[in-house]
Design a protein around this ligand. Structure first.
Ligand code: AMP
Length: 298
């Protein structure tokens, strides 16, 4: 047993409903120590840590939904299953202490940080596969990614038993796939979406922004500008919109486009002309760092 596994005991009774929130967060690193739901509502924010303004907004929405008497749970788990071989799993930032402090400041009730060994025991052989929405965009570029995402989110849902979970629209496809999983596997969990939180120059907040060097960081602002320009053009043809976005992104010499696509925001299938509820989605490399962003059309 790790030292941190003992910590929850200390705070076990400090967060009962009705008790004034005092900036303490119960930290649980072992599944066996996850407390039963004590409040009327438990709202989960699943993350991979390196918490930033985007996560902050998810936590704020979680508190709004849970109410003062409800429980806000943040999970931090860098999920090896959703990284492709040769991806950035090893170098993904893991600032444990800062993340604890972040949760403390935001009055999070429970911080759940399971280990890889416990989440994926040797010989794990059951996985959750979404078979339709996962075949395009991110799923096409990153085979196996959404299998990893669905599997870990289903496990977190089972372990933590939340009434609701909050996801960001920055990962639009992930959100659509989680909604589909919840529907198809009959999880009794409300899924709420939060609009993308951005830096001042429009770059979507992301833990991966930390990988960018100064010049890459500066040029990465082109993504938002390209999405906006394509949207504001008012064009209906998907090809014209894609061309416009590609052209704008190519204005940044360090940008290397993975994909630019216009899709139906529900089915995520490519479309030829924009209709209500269409999505323009991009994935672009700056150096070794792959960034994604999207915008709803028209
Ligand atoms: P991550 O830690 O990157 O796996 O993200 C955890 C959750 O935060 C996911 O639901 C993301 O969609 C969401 N998220 C990440 N960045 C942002 C952002 N800039 N704005 C809104 N939500 C975000």
């Amino acid at each position: 047993m790790r030292k941190s596994d003992l910590r929850p005991v200390k705070f076990q009774f400090a967060r009962r409903p009705g008790v004034v929130h005092d900036g303490q967060v119960q930290i649980v690193d072992a599944i066996v120590n996850v407390p039963r739901q004590r409040a009327r509502a438990r709202v989960l924010v699943p993350t991979m840590g390196a918490l930033h303004k985007g996560h902050e907004e998810l936590i704020r929405v979680a508190r709004e939904r849970a109410g003062r008497d409800g429980e806000v749970v943040v999970s931090i788990f860098v999920n090896p299953l959703q990284f492709e071989p040769g991806g950035d799993y090893e170098r993904y930032p893991r600032p444990e202490r800062e993340d604890e402090e972040f949760c403390r400041k935001l009055d999070v009730d429970l911080l759940f940080r399971p280990s890889v060994a416990e989440m994926y025991p040797e010989n794990s052989s059951v996985f959750v596969d979404e078979a339709l929405l996962s075949s395009v965009l991110e799923g096409k570029s990153r085979p196996g990614h959404f299998r990893g995402v669905c599997t870990v989110v289903a496990k977190l849902f089972n372990i933590l038993q939340p009434n609701a979970a909050i996801f960001g629209q920055k990962d639009f496809q992930q959100l659509a796939i989680i909604r589909r999983m919840v529907r198809d596997l009959n999880f009794k969990i409300d899924i709420a979406a939060v609009p993308t939180v951005r830096e001042e120059d429009g770059l979507a907040c992301s833990s991966r922004n930390a990988y960018l060097n100064a010049e890459e960081r500066k040029q990465a602002a082109v993504l938002r500008k390209a999405l906006r320009a394509a949207k504001d053009s008012g064009k209906k043809s998907a090809k014209e919109i894609v061309d416009l976005a590609r052209q704008a992104i190519s204005g940044a010499p360090l940008a290397r486009i993975d994909y630019v696509d216009v899709v139906d925001a529900e089915s995520l299938q490519s479309i030829e002309s924009v209709k209500p509820n269409s999505l323009l989605a991009v994935a672009v490399y700056f150096g070794k760092t792959r960034l994604i962003d999207n915008i709803l059309l028209p």
